[in-house]
Design a protein around this ligand. Structure first.
Ligand code: HEM
Length: 536
């Protein structure tokens, strides 16, 4: 064994520094002579207050925990790179999209509802958050493995998450959707029906992160140097293909190894089987958006790939595990607002709400507005501004000046004027807007069932059976019969056969009437229909 080995008076083990084994020090750099015994008044006496080594060690331990993420608490990350094939060069000025450009990246996969210690194979959405350390600043694509979301307006996010996480009086269930609060909220939120079909389907529980798709969900904008804008939906396509497990496999795996997904990713990367995804894009313009049967700002809708094929813009490879889980995977802070010149937002209300939310929660979680100084969050390009101070400031401005405009001319190194604005910098797309201030949802967001139906009818018979089984199983855990019936009333707007199967599985005494809908479902829809383009 490296280093020395001694036995103390009480029989305790002392391992000592020697040769390549460095000495242990305090946080102040003082070498420690004994890490097995506190300082005491006599070997059997009381502890002494002046024991600075013990005091510091226990103080630091006492503060090891930080709040877990309010959502997506359980996650696993890895480093890699993104390599652009140049497809987006003509529609975005972003350097990350230049042909052949290789950009370092960090990705964190997660489940949404479960706590940090929950099992990997829950029936839940998966987060797929990517941070690109581009030459022009950090770009975060904070997506999920399902292309649509539960809600249209961010003001409902706290309600959705309260309802989805463990019930407040009993603190269970930790990571599944099978409970009254969740289904009560969902059954009163018709816009969630498309997402419900996806999450009850076989696509939901990935075999591993390596076999999982990802989606930016919202419509974003790409903008050229000349200011031309193109709408974009982002996709991640796994090179290994899409594979899931069915519920009874998931239950067994969770029991045998609740760390199954993180172990899989770690092992694959350690063994050199680097997982890879293609970045796919659906590109469209204002004219296409205007003709589209659903609102492009509505995050509960997709653009069917038959209507608008996905084109490949580059590849993402994960080739390095973290050195330290806490320092990197726990402390990484993604934010939809982290964009670079050439990438911009749409007016999707959910996206706009997210833009507001992430900084806020990260201040609470990481404890200081300086969390961008932590290496995993720090850009790999120059960062120069006059923001200063705060807890853990590592990057305060140098010299005398800490404001602008200023008239310092650099007569001495202390008197340099510091950084200044540049015409090459980020410019928001100047979308013309004339509107009244209202608290009102657009009518174009009101068809909640057609795409749910399209998803359902696109499934094979066995996949349809699994959706019916999942709904029956989940709703059978709901104690209140009126909530079960309300869900069946929604299913009647999606597919009669599905509603009948679930009603029968739940042994509902009375089958409810279909839920009144703002816009009737397009019952004529078939998977092959180019349904979403308004034909006239
Ligand atoms: C994490 C808020 C919708 C994907 C988070 C966190 C918050 C949050 C507070 C924790 C962040 C942290 O502590 O670092 C919201 C709000 C939403 C919303 C307010 C809607 C109004 C979505 C949607 C997606 C998404 C639609 C997917 C497209 C993620 C992912 C993470 C996350 C992947 C985990 C990031 C990580 O791995 O650290 N979200 N979210 N969220 N959110 Fe959202």
């Amino acid at each position: 064994m490296a280093g020395g080995h001694e036995v103390g008076k009480g029989g305790e083990t002392h391992q000592t520094a020697q040769g390549q084994v460095p000495p242990l020090t305090t946080q102040q750099g003082v070498v420690v002579s004994d890490d097995q015994n506190t300082l005491r008044a006599g070997p059997r006496g009381p502890a002494l207050l002046e024991d600075f080594h013990f005091r510091e060690k226990i103080f630091h331990f006492d503060h090891e925990r930080i709040p877990e993420r309010v959502v997506h608490a359980r996650g696993y990350g890895a480093h890699g790179f993104f390599e652009s094939n140049g497809l987006l060069e003509s529609v975005s000025r972003a350097a990350v999209f230049k042909k052949g450009e290789k950009t370092p990246a960090f990705v964190r996969f997660s489940t949404v509802a479960g706590n940090k210690g929950s099992a990997d194979l829950a029936r839940d959405v998966r987060g797929f958050a990517a941070k690109f350390y581009t030459k022009e600043g950090n770009w975060d694509l904070v997506g999920n493995n399902i292309p649509v979301f539960f809600i249209q307006d961010p003001i409902k996010f706290p309600d959705l998450i309260h309802a989805a996480k463990q019930e407040p009086d009993r603190a269970f269930p930790q990571a599944q959707t099978a409970h009254d609060n969740f289904w009560d909220f969902i059954s009163l939120t018709p816009e969630s029906m498309n997402m419900v079909m996806w999450i009850m389907s076989d696509r939901t529980i990935p075999r591993s992160f390596r076999f999982m798709e990802g989606f930016g969900v919202h419509t974003f904008r790409l903008v050229t140097a000349e200011g031309k804008s193109t709408f974009v939906k982002f996709h991640w396509k796994p090179k290994l293909g899409l594979q899931s497990v069915v519920w009874n496999e998931a239950v067994k795996i969770n029991g045998a190894d609740p760390d199954f997904h993180r172990r899989d990713l770690w092992t694959a990367i350690e063994s050199g089987a680097f997982p890879e995804w293609e970045l796919g894009v659906q590109l469209f313009d204002e004219e296409f958006a205007a003709k589209f049967g659903f609102d492009l700002l509505d995050p509960t809708k997709i653009i069917p790939e038959e209507d608008l094929p996905v084109k490949i813009a580059g590849r993402l490879v994960l080739d390095r595990n973290v050195d330290n889980f806490f320092a990197e995977t726990e402390q990484v802070a993604f934010c939809t607002q982290n964009v670079v010149p050439g990438i911009d937002f749409s007016n999707d209300p959910l996206l706009q709400g997210r833009n507001f939310s992430y900084l806020d929660t990260q201040l609470k979680r990481l404890g200081s507005p300086n969390f961008t100084h932590i290496p995993i969050n720090a850009p790999r390009c120059p960062v120069m501004n006059f923001q200063q101070d705060g807890h853990m400031a590592m990057r305060n401005p140098k010299g005398r000046v800490n404001y602008e405009p200023n008239s310092w001319t650099g007569a001495t190194p202390r008197e340099l004027p510091g950084p200044r604005e540049s015409a090459q910098g980020y410019k928001s797309f100047p979308e013309p807007i004339q509107a009244q201030k209202v608290r009102e949802r657009s009518e174009t967001f009101s068809d909640h069932y057609s795409q749910a139906r399209q998803f359902y009818v696109s499934q094979t018979d066995i996949e349809k059976q699994h959706i019916a089984n999942a709904l029956t199983f989940e709703l059978s855990k709901v104690e209140r019969v009126d909530i079960r019936a309300r869900m069946v009333a929604h299913l009647l707007n999606i597919d009669q056969g599905l509603a009948d199967a679930v009603a029968k599985g739940l042994r509902l005494k009375e089958v409810p009437k279909p839920m009144p809908a703002a816009k009737p479902t397009r019952q004529d829809l078939k998977p092959s229909d180019k349904l979403s383009i308004v034909k006239n």
